[in-house]
Design a protein around this ligand. Structure first.
Ligand SMILES: [Zn+2]
Length: 294
């Protein structure tokens, strides 16, 4: 997906946080803070240790971080991944404030290495996540290299935007109360956790179905029309982070009783249900008879 070159993205609610770049004294690895965190937050996919090989080593970011204040136009968003996240936040906010005007606004904090959050300390190893305690999305854009390389997504811009849209979906679930189902029923193929994750994918699809109509603060459209390649890019990411796909790659076998996010087919299916309907009311995975009823 391409941002309109002249779109005004100056007010996107993204900022930089964290302790990367050699500053902080936070140990990187599987510390207790990281373990506690994993129980509370909504992660993007799989088990973080599995995703990164579980060796406890640090995650090297090779992303080119920019000063987010310098991200001012759609052209910036098309060129730089950090600016792209900022601009995507603007589109998501415009869409969701129309759908759920009473929900508090969220923000995205881009970090490298490690970050302090309302849910505890986290490292990049957990992947992108949403913390319901402080209502904030945390994302190290180095994850996108892993998503493309290790997990097999196509690396397109829209695959990255889908990731952020999924996390924004968790913020909406925090508002609706749906997130609780994840805490109460944490794993298994039909679990509350899987249903919550699939609903976040469906919400991401509902945004995608409306994204080209979202506007910048000047009332001009943010995005060029979606292409077929854009949708295929999002689907490649949704497929890459299916529990079955990750388990196959990381442990060589698929164990549905430990699923937390749903299969590749289910994640793609619910994204498409949201996209094709453009209606988040079609995303009631929690009350669906089966998680396959997309
Ligand atoms: Zn999630």
């Amino acid at each position: 997906m391409t941002f309109r070159e002249n779109a005004n993205i100056g007010s996107g609610r993204a900022s930089r946080g964290g302790r990367g770049g050699g500053g902080g004294g936070l140990a990187v690895g599987g510390g207790i803070g990281t373990l506690l965190l994993a129980l509370v937050v909504m992660m993007f996919g799989g088990n973080p240790g599995d995703l990164l090989g579980g060796d406890g080593g640090s995650t090297q970011s090779t992303a080119q971080n920019v000063d987010l204040a310098e991200c001012q136009t759609g052209a910036d968003a098309n060129e730089n991944v950090d600016c792209r996240m900022k601009a995507t936040m603007l589109s998501l906010e415009d869409y969701w404030t129309g759908v759920a005007p009473d929900a508090e606004l969220t923000q995205a904090i881009l970090f490298s290495g490690a970050v302090d959050t309302g849910c505890g300390q986290a490292t990049s190893q957990v992947g992108p996540f949403y913390c319901p305690v402080d209502g904030t999305i945390y994302l190290d854009t180095a994850f996108f290299q892993q998503l493309e390389g290790q997990l097999g997504a196509d690396g397109g811009n829209f695959s990255q935007m889908y990731v952020l849209a999924h996390e924004y979906g968790h913020h909406i679930q925090n508002y609706t109360g749906a997130l609780r189902a994840s805490q109460q029923d944490a794993q298994g193929p039909e679990s509350g956790a899987v249903r919550v994750e699939l609903q976040a994918d469906c919400f991401a699809g509902a945004w995608a179905g409306n994204a080209t109509r979202t506007e910048d603060p000047d009332g001009n459209t943010l995005l060029e029309p979606l292409s077929r390649e854009d949708i295929e890019s999002a689907l490649s990411a949704a497929s890459a982070v299916g529990d079955d796909s990750i388990q196959e790659r990381m442990q060589g076998q698929v164990t549905p009783h430990t699923w937390t996010h749903g299969s590749s087919e289910q994640r793609m299916g619910w994204f498409m249900r949201g996209y094709e309907s453009g209606d988040p009311n079609q995303c009631d995975v929690l009350n669906a008879g089966s998680v396959d009823d997309y």
